[in-house]
Design a protein around this ligand. Structure first.
Ligand code: ADP
Ligand code: MG
Length: 228
């Protein structure tokens, strides 16, 4: 479980991107962080992912300060899929998926390949194994990036704007796919796309100007937000 206390983040040009954030993320299959562009969502995600070091406040994962965790322990617990997916263009889907397990977890190539194939099967995209990233659609690339992240079996996976490159129809198919995903990983999804959030998650929070303005059931949040 991730707990954020009194978190503040200010960029070097004095932009206060996060102002006193206090949240405990519930153990939820999918939790959505919503808000307009510029509200601080990506900054928060980057703090949760330990890519930015906040000037103030504490983020803890199962009661451990994430700053005190080793790189290995932290990266095995928390996975990230960025807005730009960073799939390696010269590697097939299967090779993209086995790279980190072989390099960082020192898993045997054959064993990693077998579990990658099982993962693709479980995620309903076995036909993509031998394709290169340029040969898959935007929606498929999102699924591949998530499949690759799940290979490391994180407890939590952070996704930043996963639907930003998808059209509305593909977005809804992707939402359904994520919702039905059976895995032990919890997802925290940053999105400015409210219909997507509504479709994919039951709970979430809404940020504005670096602060958390709403927290709870998505339907309640959206009712409030849409009235303003
Ligand atoms: P969101 O993801 O909700 O669009 P961001 O976290 O990217 O919001 O941005 C929050 C605020 O921080 C915005 O005012 C943005 O302009 C500013 N910001 C983001 N990245 C930087 C940066 N690298 N340097 C300075 N200001 C930044
Ligand atoms: Mg963003």
């Amino acid at each position: 479980m991730i707990k954020v206390e009194k978190l503040c983040y200010t960029y070097s040009d004095d932009t206060q991107a996060l102002i006193n954030i206090n949240v405990t993320f519930p153990q939820e299959h999918i939790f959505a962080i919503m808000g307009l562009s510029g509200s601080g969502k990506t900054t928060l995600l980057n703090c949760l992912a330990r890519f930015l070091k906040p000037q103030q406040g504490i983020i803890s994962l199962n009661d451990k300060n994430i700053q005190d965790m080793t790189e290995h322990d932290f990266r095995s617990a928390v996975g990230v899929v960025f807005q730009h997916l960073n799939l390696f263009p010269h590697l097939t889907v299967l090779e993209n998926m086995t790279l980190a397990p072989c390099r960082t977890q020192k898993r045997a190539r054959d064993e990693a390949k077998k579990s990658a194939l099982e993962m693709l099967d479980r995620l309903g995209i076995p036909e993509l194994a031998e394709n290169y990233p340029s040969q898959v659609s935007g929606g498929q690339a999102q699924r591949v990036a998530i499949a690759r992240g799940l290979m490391l079996k994180p407890d939590i996976m952070l996704l930043d704007e996963p639907t930003s490159a998808l059209d509305p129809k593909t977005t809804m198919e992707f939402a359904q796919w994520l919702r039905e995903l059976q895995c032990d990983t919890s997802f925290i999804i940053v999105t400015h796309d409210l219909p997507f959030a509504e479709n994919v998650a039951a709970r979430g929070m809404y940020m504005s100007d670096g602060e958390v303005k709403e927290f709870g059931l998505i339907n309640d949040i959206l009712t409030h937000v849409r009235k303003v």
